[in-house]
Ligand binder design. Structure first.
Ligand code: SAH
Length: 329
């Protein structure tokens, strides 16, 4: 971890870049066995924020000087949703041409991804979840294919997006060998950014409601958190110039989980900007942090934590992945 920290600081110093994340809808047509917003979760109260609500969050991101926005939602497979997303990106880009725009809404066809890019989106986050095709199929229904997700990542790269991917660590059935292959997959495919999280159970999912999984998960929490810190440290040493985010799920395992990542391998933080009234409905896993906070509180808290950790908030900066810049010059 010390070598990862030195490697990171030689590229980025103490700086940490911001991506304000707006989780604008929990509607999802997919049915991933681990995810709290899966389509079969009947306990979920569905929402989609209005265009004006989203833009007012974007206004906040601009005034807070976060430098970039992430639009995240479930995967909604309808033409009307595509139009909605396109309009949202267009309006954001027109109003704030300098703001970085990241999309994290699942898999789309190449033509639509191209249109989103033309509308102003410049980054895309799509976790592969695991590089092991067999494990992927155990975690998803048959109609969800690892090959489709990979093809989408390749399309994004060909369209010149800055592409971020990632996995969950601590998935039931995941081995150390899988993690080794995940690292190899990341390096071989030249991704620009990474969001690696920890698997956390959700009570209304097929995997997370299994008492044996819950017991196993509780007994292995600490081990998985350490595994994440080590995994990201190796990733940083392998790819010194990529962007690595400290993901929210780290704080489920340790109150300073995200800061521990930022004090070793990470250089990106994603404060939640979703309006407070929607936060409880965007529950990917149980015990998600920042549920009762407002976007203003998340701002104050993030800045205070970074300063306390001796890190420097890089407000007002895009934070483009140097790996991406180098690849394209
Ligand atoms: N629908 C979009 C993004 C929303 S889900 C997509 O498909 O990319 C964002 C991420 O949350 C997923 O990629 C997954 O890695 C993570 N996630 C889902 N359920 C989780 C759980 N139970 N524990 C931890 N992370 C989870």
């Amino acid at each position: 971890m010390e070598l990862a920290k030195q490697t990171k600081e030689s590229v980025f110093g103490k700086k940490v870049w911001f991506r304000g994340i707006i989780e604008f809808s929990n509607i999802c047509h997919n049915n991933c066995y681990y995810c709290g917003i899966r389509s079969d979760n009947t306990e979920k109260e569905s929402f989609i924020m209005s265009h004006d609500e989203i833009l007012s969050c974007v206004d906040f991101i601009h005034s807070a000087n976060y430098g970039s926005v992430v639009f995240q939602s479930g995967e909604i497979k309808s033409e009307s949703f595509k139009d909605f997303l396109l309009t949202t990106v267009e309006s954001t880009h027109r109003k704030y041409p300098k703001l970085g725009i990241t999309i994290s809404c699942g898999e789309f066809d190449r033509d639509f991804l191209k249109n989103l890019k033309l509308a102003g989106a410049n980054r895309y986050l799509l976790r592969i979840e695991t590089s092991n095709n067999d494990l992927y199929q155990k975690l998803h229904p048959n109609e969800m294919l690892w090959d489709d997700r990979y093809a989408c990542l390749k399309n994004l790269q060909q369209l010149d997006y800055q592409v971020g991917t990632g996995i969950m660590i601590g998935l039931p059935g995941q081995t150390l060998d899988d993690l080794f292959h995940d690292l190899k997959f990341f390096v071989d495919n030249q991704f620009d950014m990474f969001g690696v999280g920890l698997y956390v159970t959700h009570q209304n999912t097929p995997i997370g409601s299994d008492p044996a999984v819950v017991t196993w998960w509780n007994n292995n929490k600490e081990k998985h958190f350490n595994r994440l810190l080590n995994f990201l440290s190796i990733l940083r040493i392998l790819l010194p110039t990529v962007n690595i985010a400290a993901t929210t799920s780290c704080d489920v395992f340790h109150p300073s989980g995200r800061m521990m990542v930022l004090n070793s391998s990470g250089n990106i933080i994603m404060p939640v900007v979703t309006p407070q009234k929607y936060r409880h409905h965007y529950l990917l896993y149980d015990g998600k942090p920042c549920m009762d906070e407002t976007k203003e509180i998340c701002y104050d808290c993030t800045i205070a934590k970074l300063k306390k950790a001796g890190l420097e908030p890089a407000l007002g900066e895009h934070g483009t992945s140097p790996f991406y810049i180098k690849k394209n010059t």
